[in-house]
Ligand binder design. Structure first.
Ligand code: ADP
Length: 406
């Protein structure tokens, strides 16, 4: 029997039996035990829900790090790798788990180790560029690093974020080349125009035969500048997606005949025969004006660079019915050397620069052709061999067959 408290003694004193008191005490103990159990359950529930939300938060963070394009690398206070995300491992072609290794052991990259040392000393490093020698394709990484401070200013490791700047560098170099090329292309005709004007001003204007020669130079080079600017504008609109492709049903044989009409004179001057071998009735889904531009560029080139007295053929065939059409502009000229064949679609690339300029070429025609065909969802390729002519083949969407009735 537990010790009797003064209040219980008072009850006993008031004539309540000991059995009743014992019952009251047991009931109170049971109630307290129930309350304690409920409290424990609530605590357990709360703990498990906290663990669940912590796990969900961890999973979210993991997904975030794993899906980042930037590489993330965390070193602990002792300079050992604590965490790397997928992008970081991919940049360095790491397959094994490198946790617990030193930075140099894990990455074998002196520049990266140097960034870590500097971040530990200075607190942070911004935008340090590291070049990785990746065999075929060298990679440029931009690294930001920050030293993490623990309690009482102790070093708690280093966090590094690595950004792949390879594409950015390529774009920058393409832009620089482009500006250099355009400047060069503009300067040449401008200096010829300026030289001719000066000669005329110096007195040549009074000698009709000489004057007409210089006026002819001015006229030709003004045309060249106009073509260049038109081609540049077309290319820029195509590349920025500003030039909408208005798909229509184009009957190909008639279309080729119309384009040929613009070239009969030029072809006749070089004794070149123009042959339209596109089957009647063949149609494509294409933008008629843009297709005009493609054919004009290819036919113009075939006449210019093909064989004097030779022929230029345009042919077409249906590929997968209702899926695509393949067209080709074929000449029987000297063709294009193999090493140049891969590059002719690049902007400003010419096999024979002097010849192209003399013919009023801008070096942009095939690049425009490629963009237009790609904007149609097609592809263009060149088949050629030295002395065996050149065939520029491209695909276009076909007109889908009419739906069959039930
Ligand atoms: P261009 O304005 O110089 O003609 P293009 O981009 O149209 O520029 O062509 C690029 C180069 O490809 C030309 O300078 C020429 O050297 C070469 N080329 C194009 N078509 C032919 C062809 N049918 N035969 C031989 N060479 C060609």
């Amino acid at each position: 029997m537990p010790a009797i408290s003064p209040s219980v003694a008072a009850i006993l004193g008031a004539g309540v039996s000991a059995a009743v008191v014992a019952m009251a005490l047991r009931s109170r103990a049971r109630r307290q035990a129930r309350e304690a159990a409920t409290l424990r359950e609530e605590l357990a529930r709360e703990r498990s829900s906290r663990a669940e939300s912590q796990a969900a938060e961890n999973a979210r963070q993991q997904a975030l790090f794993e899906n980042m394009l930037e590489g993330v690398l965390l070193l602990d206070g002792g300079g050992r790798v604590q965490f790397t995300n997928t992008a970081c491992r991919r940049f360095f072609d790491l397959e094994a788990d490198v946790r617990g290794r030193t930075l140099l052991e894990a990455f074998r990259c002196n520049e990266l180790s140097a960034v870590a040392v500097e971040a530990a000393r200075a607190g942070r490093v911004n935008g340090r560029e590291i070049e990785l020698d990746g065999g075929e394709e060298a990679r440029l990484l931009q690294v930001n690093a920050v030293a993490l401070a623990g309690p009482e200013g102790r070093s708690d490791g280093i966090l590094m974020v690595l950004h792949d700047a390879t594409r950015l560098r390529q774009l920058e170099s393409t832009r620089r080349d482009f500006v250099a090329n355009v400047s060069h292309e503009l300067r040449t005709p401008l200096s010829l125009i300026k030289g001719s004007v000066e000669t005329l001003l110096d007195g040549a204007a009074s000698q009709p035969a000489v004057a007409s020669r210089f006026l002819d130079i001015i006229d030709r080079h003004c045309d060249r500048l106009t073509f260049l600017i038109e081609d540049l504008l077309t290319l820029s609109r195509l590349e920025s997606g500003q030039l909408a492709i208005n798909f229509d049903t184009v009957p190909l044989n008639g279309h080729v005949s119309e384009v040929f009409d613009d070239f009969h004179r030029k072809a006749a001057e070089r004794g070149v025969r123009l042959l339209n071998e596109v089957p009647e009735g063949l149609r494509a889904r294409a933008d008629s004006d843009r297709l005009d531009q493609v054919l004009s560029n290819l036919i113009d080139n075939a006449i210019k660079y093909g064989r004097p007295g030779g022929s230029v053929r345009v042919e077409a065939r249906e590929g997968e019915p209702g899926e695509w059409i393949e067209m080709a502009v074929v000449d029987d000229g000297p063709g294009i050397p193999t090493e140049a064949a891969e590059r002719v679609f690049e902007r400003f690339y010419r096999v024979d620069t002097a010849r192209s300029r003399e013919q009023g070429g801008t070096g942009l025609g095939l690049s425009i052709v490629k963009h237009i065909i790609q904007a149609h969802g097609g592809e263009v390729r060149l088949e050629t061999a030295p002395g065996k002519g050149a065939a520029f083949r491209f695909t276009l969407p076909a007109v889908p067959p009419p739906p069959t009735g039930k």
